[in-house]
Design a protein around this ligand. Structure first.
Ligand SMILES: [Zn+2]
Length: 290
C-alpha cells in the first residue's frame, strides 16, 4: 500500500508531466475506478474533456488536480485521486501496450504522453469534485497536513498531540492530527525518537514531541529523496520506477535483527491487527498507568 512519500512522488510526477495540459479524451475501462464520481462514468468523462489540468496537489494520500477552462480561469472543480491499495498513475507514451489492470486513460490535446490509472485491486478511484474557495475539495479538507506540506503547523501539531489522551502510535496514525503517516513510517519515527508506541501522548514532554516530529520529517524526507518505499511490488511511481527505501528501515519488518543503534534484537508486537516493531532497549514499554 503506498505510503505518504510515494504519493508525494506521484504528485511531483503529475506536476511535472501533466500540469498545464488539456484533456482531449477520457476512457473509463472499469466502472469501479470512478464509483466515487456519483453522477456516473459518462458525466466523469464530460467533466474532464476539454479542461486543462492546472496543478497537482496532495493532502495525506489524496491527490487532486484543479481544473481550468481553456481560457485559464479556474473551473471550481478538481480531479481527485486515491491510489487505495494498489493504484498507480502512470505517464506513458501513446502506443505503449495497455496494462492488464488499466482502469482509465487520459489523452491530451498535445498528443504527448498519456496518463493511465492502473489498479489491480480496485480500492483506489477517481472522481471530479467541487473545489470551491481555496480549491481544496471537501473530501480532502478534513485531512490534516503532514510535515512534507509547506503549510504544516508545528506548534499546532505539538499542542494537539499533547492534548490527546491516547497512545502515541495511534495518534501518529490519526489522519485528523497528522496526514498520511502509515504503519511503516510511524514505527521508524518512534524508533528515531526512542519512544515506545504505547507511550501516552499527554505525558510526552515538549522535547519528546519535537524529537518525534523530527523523526517523522527525517523518515518521510529520506524516503522521498529515494523515491518512496514500497512493500507491494505492484506499486511504482508515476514513471514506473519502484522506490528502494525499504533497504534502509531500522526496525520495521526487522524482527530479531539487531537494532542499528544498540544491537538489541528488534521486537515485534501486535497492534491494531497489524504489527509494531521497536527496540526493547531504546524504546522501553511505558509502565502501566494506575
Ligand atoms: Zn536499540
Amino acid at each position: 500500500m503506498p505510503e505518504l512519500p510515494e504519493v508525494e512522488v506521484v504528485r511531483r510526477g503529475l506536476e511535472r508531466w501533466v500540469a498545464g495540459r488539456t484533456v482531449a479524451e477520457v476512457q473509463v475501462h472499469h466502472p469501479r475506478a470512478v464509483r466515487r464520481h456519483l453522477e456516473g462514468a459518462e458525466h466523469f468523462v464530460a467533466a474532464l474533456t476539454g479542461r486543462t489540468v492546472a496543478a497537482a496537489h496532495r493532502r495525506g494520500k489524496y491527490l487532486w488536480l484543479p481544473l481550468a477552462e481553456t481560457d485559464g480561469t479556474a473551473a471550481g472543480r478538481a480531479l481527485v485521486a486515491h491510489l487505495g491499495m494498489s493504484g498507480q498513475l502512470l505517464v506513458e507514451k501513446p502506443g505503449e501496450p495497455d496494462e492488464v489492470h488499466l482502469r482509465a486513460r487520459f489523452r491530451f490535446t498535445d498528443g504527448g504522453r498519456e496518463l493511465r490509472f492502473v489498479d489491480q485491486r480496485t480500492f483506489g478511484g477517481l472522481a471530479v469534485e467541487d473545489a470551491p474557495g481555496d480549491g481544496v475539495p471537501p473530501r480532502v479538507a478534513h485531512i490534516a497536513m503532514d510535515p512534507l506540506d509547506p503549510g504544516f503547523d508545528v506548534d499546532a501539531f505539538s499542542a494537539a498531540l499533547r492534548r490527546r489522551h491516547t497512545e502515541v502510535k495511534r495518534a501518529l496514525l490519526d489522519q485528523t492530527l497528522i496526514g498520511g503517516v502509515g504503519n511503516i513510517y510511524a514505527d521508524e519515527s518512534l524508533w528515531r525518537a526512542r519512544l515506545h508506541g504505547a507511550r501516552p501522548t499527554d505525558k510526552l514532554t515538549r522535547a519528546q514531541v519535537a524529537d518525534l516530529l523530527e523523526g517523522v520529517r527525517d523518515v518521510l524526507g529520506e524516503s522521498l529523496a529515494q523515491g518512496g518505499t514500497s512493500f507491494d511490488s505492484l506499486y511504482v511511481d508515476v514513471n514506473g520506477q519502484s522506490g528502494y527505501f525499504s533497504r534502509h528501515l531500522a526496525v520495521y519488518g526487522q524482527q530479531d535483527r539487531p537494532c542499528p543503534r544498540c544491537g538489541t534484537p528488534v521486537r515485534r508486537e501486535s497492534f491494531m491487527n497489524r504489527s509494531s516493531y521497536s527496540c526493547p532497549q531504546c524504546q522501553p514499554r511505558p509502565r502501566a498507568r494506575r
